[in-house]
Design a protein around this ligand. Sequence first.
Ligand code: WTA
Length: 652
Amino acid sequence: MSDNVKPVFKPNKEFAKTARIKNMCEYQALQDYAMEDYEGFWGSYAKEKLSWIKPFTNVMDESNFPFVKWFEGGKLNVSAQCIDRHLDSRKNKAAIIFEGDRGDKQIVTYLELYYNVNRFANLLKNEFGVKKGDRVIIYMPMILESAYAMLACARIGAIHSIVFGGFSADALRDRIKDADAKVVITADGAFRKDKPYMLKPVVDEALSGKTPVEKVLVVERNGEDVTWVAGRDYSYNELIKHQPTKCDPEVMDAEDPLFLLYTSGSTGKPKGVQHNSAGYILWAQMTMEWVFDVKENDTYWCTADVGWITGHTYIVYGPLAMGATTVMFEGVPTYPDAGRPWKMVEEYKINQFYTAPTAIRVLHKMGENEPAKYDLSSLKVLGTVGEPIDPPAWKWYYEAVGGSRCAIVDTYWQTETGGHIVSPLPGATPIKPACATFPLPGIMAEILDPKTGKKAEVGEGGYMCVTRPWPAMIRGIWGDEKRFVKSYFGDVKKDGKPVYFTGDGANYDEDGYITITGRTDDVINVSGHRMGTAEVEAAIKKHPNVAEVAVVGKPHEIKGEGIFAYVVLKSDTGVADELEEIKAINRVIQKEIGNIALCDDVVFAPGLPKTRSGKIMRRILRSIARGEAITQDISTLEDPTVVAKIEKMVRG
Ligand code: WTA
């Protein structure tokens, strides 16, 4: 297989025989059903898949678009959906298989999960007074208690907001304040590469000023010493002992919020993406079933972190809603060596494995021949998510890991879509390397020409949009209605009506396959993590020597994209020690955001290319960073000579 042409790989015939969607005719029939009777399609799945406490009376109300409502009148509880309803038939089935960084293992059955979540829910309710609608911040490592915490919040109707453990105290504080949360759930820390690392001190720092937080619950994981603030900090391990194992699930409205998850946009501070109960859990379950085609006795593993949307939908909510066995892993995939994931696949007989292109590239680079050392014959479906995957990584994943036998589902989606929106179906879709292929049934995803709002022509490229609301669609940005409308429904119109725009560019090939080409806005995708250039710039500006800064993305061999910063310093006497200055800039980023936003390249520029009205011409800076020719007209710049100066500094 060459790296340049895109060959087609048909689904494995044996696999297709028992797949939920067996061929493209079945796919097309579902898509036609949804096109012809959109509400009938979604209404029938919502009835079949969800356990309603009270049935819904209306499938969808879009009269106040983009503020839409799904399954109005319906009552349910998402934690009961993920646990209680499996107790009749699956009480002794493994719900979660946990493996720690150091190889420690724990298997939790659905009945044990029920007890643990009920006790956790009682703790939050009875000891901390958490009520329906309260916001709870979860700042946790990848341990079982993170899943219990999420489900416990869902059980009592509290809205959780998980903050990724790699974020700094400042970033954590911003999210706590924005969500107006009164409780933080954290751990002393956890283990990484056989060494303890800490989380609780970050929480202490985040809460050092004035915040709405009244109580902090601390789970013991690594046993390291932590500081306790009397009256604020409580030990989970102590309090949980006394909690009853039954806590009735709160009766929730279909549209009651389930969680917030902060994500980066192209402007301003991170936004609290809101997902609501019924629509989100319905799509989480349906996509688990269709895209991974998990069977009753399968073992499924998604390597994401619960701090990101993939960890929400495809480690916890989706797998548990369908009654699957989901693996949770605390460690890093390359420790103690780059054979770790394959060792785990062999050991647990993993059937579906879901990871990010960054991880695939690292595992390929560090352990090209590692997969051959293990028995990977249990694998049926391989997934990728988070960024465009490059053909060489795809090829290695397909051949070395999947034995040229497994479908690769290149799942395209985002925090705001709740679940996959464009993806191959493993038993039906002939796949092409690095191609997200087709919209899932029920999802009206189209590539539109942003100017005309018409469907993009083959090879032309356009904006990836969704033209009708779907059940798991973002319901709002916490506390900012205007930003919600402006961020997603302002840029593209179809037939004169605004449609949901993802922020990504994409194109159709001659067979109608969709390839995602990447963000069209000022968002950089670093190792599959979204970073707003505005956010990184705001952090760098906090450095007292910095006068101006512009940040762009630059292709990176492992991370997909790296962060490239052009910094103009205040004094024009030059930089005394460049390396020291770069370190100082990265320290500010570490404090403001966290290690994930550190710069790969910093150039101390004499000035920035600006239009006469003062707008920074990022496209020029992007071209220079990427080593591409500058095609823009620079004659209209305020100071055209600055471009040549910067080019010389970067290109030498
Ligand atoms: C990118 C992660 C190409 C895209 C689930 C999107 C992808 C952003 C793919 C969302 C894919 C995600 N191919 N690009 N299969 N999947 N992306 O919110 O730019 O962390 O907008 O959600 O990741 O990132 P988020």
